[in-house]
Every structure is written in structure tokens, then in C-alpha cells.
Design a binder for this molecule. Structure first.
Ligand code: AVJ
Ligand code: FE
Length: 402
């Protein structure tokens, strides 16, 4: 029924907008003032700053740049603009209630713009950017709250998945990127590339598997590490992932690119390229076509992804046509690919979003974690971090050439 489809598409964006904000507020409910203002990690801003920054960014793009309205509460702009204050100075924040007042005020004005046609359809791409901007900051906040209030490791969780299993992908075309409205600048334009055949792990590497690397003395065995990995390790002498809990069937989380790379070499494998990861997630070998999501065209929903770090293989509804599990919504996955623009890249909505990081210093992560939220969970989405960063909710899976 075309009318219904059109109507559901029109509801899609507002639903994303509301659901994302609801999740942000739910996560922050009950956070004490002290935690709201504290820098949990020297490289990161306080949680309360992230909240204000989400609202500021929304106001900047929708109210100022799109609707031509004056900046709401300019004194807040001097705190929450990305270039306003050094991170260490973001700890003296307005009263919590005032920040929430600001967040609600901006959203109210923004929703008034959303009601006004043709504003919505013309600027749909910008709205999607903002939803995903919020999702990404919310994931950072989730991690910062975890640092402030560490959760106990809990019991080991097993699913009995055969984590040695690899899936064979024949040589052929791969689709990368997306031209959909919600696709961010760095995903565009979509294109096909040719790939040689490869094997790829059905599941992300688990803590149980990684335990074997630790037990072999992997952290002390130079042969497993690249030259830059060895340099990193000598400056950051670590002995296990950042979020080690138990050698169970949950994926490893909180590793740098170098640790992922070292494990892969230990396992006589390598990290997949971004193209290999994305093909494994999207290619339907029966039809010779590419999907938007591993399971098809339906956006992420409960049952296909998890709400916390899950033992691998327990969400078969999220499986790709090639048979890979846990591609979206468990942990981010490091790939071997440097973060570079696709041919034909055009910056949007500002150079600082992606283009500032096309510097041969960032590797691409794929997939999205349990803390990412549905708005960013898609195989074409590209995240990026420096290889030395022990990205809190990031693990990896391995590959091997045919
Ligand atoms: C793409 C997740 C690395 O959070 O630093 C948020 C996303 N850019 N505001 C980040 C982002 C501007 C970015 N990451
Ligand atoms: Fe931001």
C-alpha cells in the first residue's frame, strides 16, 4: 500500500528523533551533579558538556543555519560549541536544571521547524545527521558513565558458538557505502569494488579466544606485533584488554588497533579490510545482490541486536546472508583500512566532521556497539579512531585470504 509506505517514511525521522532523545535522557536519569561535571578521562569532556553540545549542535544547524533564527541562549553557545573551551575547562557547567532547560528549549524550537513543510523534506539529510550526532555522543557518554560508576565484571556468559568457524567469500564485486538520505558524508557515494576471495570469522573474537593469546604470552611476543604496535606497547605496557571480564563467549572489548592486529597474527589470520567486512555483511550470494542491513531492508529492531555486550551467536535474526553473526549492535570492529574519503567525497555538513580526519592517522571501525543506537547501526556506517586508542566498545574479527 503506497500511501502507507509514504506515511511510515514520513514518521520515520520524527520517530528516530524522539527515540534517540528518549534514550539519551533515560541513560542520564539519576546521574549525580558531581558525575555530570566531572572529567572521567583527561581526553574527554564531562557528560553534562556532551548533553549541552548535542543541543547546541542541533540549534546551530536547524535554527541558525537552516531557519535563519537567532541563536537561542548565546551564553550556552560559549560553553557547548565544539571550539569554545578546552576540555579541562568544560567542568564548570551551568546548573543541571539549566542545561536540561536549554536542551528542551532548543528541541522545542527545532520541532516547530520540523512541522513546517517543506523544511523537513529539503533538509532531511541534516536531520539525520543530527540524530546520528546525538547517538554518537550518547555512546561516548555511556562509556564515561561506566568509567565513573564501574559495573562489576559479572559472571562468565557462554553461548556455545563454534568461534573457530570462518565463512568463505568467493572473489567478486562488493558494494561499499550508501546514497540513502541518512548516509553521512564519508559513506558517499556508494560504489562497487572488486575483491579477491577471502575467509572471514563468523563471530567477533571472544574473550575466551583472546585468553589463549594472553596465555601464550602474546603481549610479550614481539613477532605478533607490527613495528608501530611494538612502539605503542612499549609506551603503554598493558597485559589485557581494557574491559576484560572473564574468558567467556562475549566479544573482546576495549582494544587498540594494535592489540587486534597482534591477536590476528597470533591466530595466523589478519584483520579484514573495510570492503571485506562490508561485503560479508551485505552480500546475498543466492541473488547476487546487496542488502542495506545484514538481514535485509528492515531497520534495526529488538531481537536483531542486543542491549548490552552479548555472548556471540545469540541473535540469529541479525545474521547476514553469508551467515555472519553479531555484525551490528554487539561491539565495534577494527578493520585494516585507513579512514580516507571515497572517490567523489563531498564534505557535509562541515569539514570538521569527517574530512579533518583523512590524515593517515585513523583506522575505520565497522558495525556499531550495543551502546550505539539504531540510527547508526548499518553496514555502510564508518567510525574512525587512532590505532592507539583503546576504543571502549570496540573489538574485532579476523580474516584470511583464500
Ligand atoms: C566519529 C565517533 C569519532 O565522537 O568524536 C561527534 C563523532 N563528530 N561530534 C566523535 C562526532 C562530531 C566522532 N566519532
Ligand atoms: Fe559533536
Amino acid at each position: 500500500e503506497p500511501v502507507q509506505i509514504a506515511a511510515s517514511r514520513a514518521r520515520f525521522l520524527p520517530q528516530r528523533l524522539f527515540a534517540t532523545r528518549e534514550a539519551t535522557f533515560a541513560m542520564l536519569a539519576g546521574v549525580e551533579r558531581e558525575h555530570f561535571c566531572r572529567q572521567a578521562h583527561p581526553d574527554y569532556s564531562p557528560v553534562g558538556w556532551h548533553l549541552g553540545h548535542i543541543a547546541f549542535t542541533e540549534g546551530l544547524w536547524i535554527l541558525e543555519r537552516c531557519a535563519g533564527l537567532p541563536r537561542p541562549a548565546p551564553e550556552f553557545g560559549r560553553i557547548f560549541a565544539v571550539d569554545a573551551l578546552p576540555k579541562a575547562q568544560r567542568t564548570s557547567l551551568p546548573a543541571t536544571a539549566e542545561i536540561y532547560g536549554y536542551v528542551r528549549q532548543v528541541r522545542e524550537q527545532v520541532l516547530a521547524c520540523l512541522d513546517r513543510e517543506p523544511g523537513l523534506s529539503a533538509e532531511a539529510r541534516l536531520w539525520h545527521f543530527l540524530v546520528q550526532h546525538e547517538s554518537q555522543h550518547a555512546e561516548t557518554m555511556r562509556w564515561l558513565l561506566q568509567l565513573l560508576t564501574p559495573t562489576p565484571a559479572g559472571e562468565a556468559i557462554f553461548s556455545g558458538a563454534d568461534t573457530d568457524e570462518m565463512i568463505r567469500v568467493e572473489p567478486g564485486e562488493a558494494l561499499m557505502g550508501s546514497d540513502a538520505t541518512e548516509a553521512l558524508d564519508n559513506e558517499r557515494p556508494a560504489r562497487q569494488v572488486h575483491l579477491e576471495g577471502y575467509w572471514i570469522d563468523r563471530y567477533p573474537v571472544t574473550q575466551r579466544q583472546f585468553q589463549a593469546f594472553i596465555d601464550t604470552g602474546g603481549y610479550g611476543e614481539p613477532h605478533f606485533w607490527s613495528a608501530s604496535g611494538r612502539r605503542w606497547l612499549s609506551q603503554h605496557p598493558v597485559h589485557r584488554p581494557l574491559y576484560w571480564s572473564a574468558p567467556d563467549d562475549r566479544p573482546v572489548m576495549g582494544v587498540s588497533y594494535y592489540e587486534a592486529e597482534a591477536y590476528a597474527r597470533f591466530a595466523c589470520k589478519r584483520l579484514p579490510t573495510e570492503a571485506e567486512w562490508e561485503k560479508a555483511a551485505r552480500y546475498d550470494p543466492t541473488r547476487g545482490t546487496f542488502r542495506t542491513y545484514p538481514w535485509g531492508e528492515v531497520p534495526p529492531e529488538a531481537g536483531r541486536t542486543g542491549t548490552g555486550r552479548a555472548a556471540v551467536g545469540i541473535h540469529p535474526a541479525g545474521r547476514s546472508a553469508l551467515g555472519l553473526d553479531d555484525l551490528l549492535g554487539n561491539v565495534w570492529e577494527w578493520t585494516a583500512t585507513w579512514f580516507h574519503p571515497y572517490p567523489g567525497f563531498v564534505s557535509y555538513p562541515y569539514t570538521g566532521y569527517s574530512a579533518a580526519y583523512f590524515d593517515d592517522g585513523h583506522r575505520v571501525l565497522k558495525g556499531g556497539s550495543w551502546a550505539s543506537g539504531p540510527a547508526v547501526l548499518r553496514p555502510s556506517f564508518r567510525n574512525w579512531y587512532e590505532p592507539a586508542q583503546r576504543v571502549p566498545f570496540a573489538g574485532f574479527r579476523c580474516a584470511r585470504s583464500l
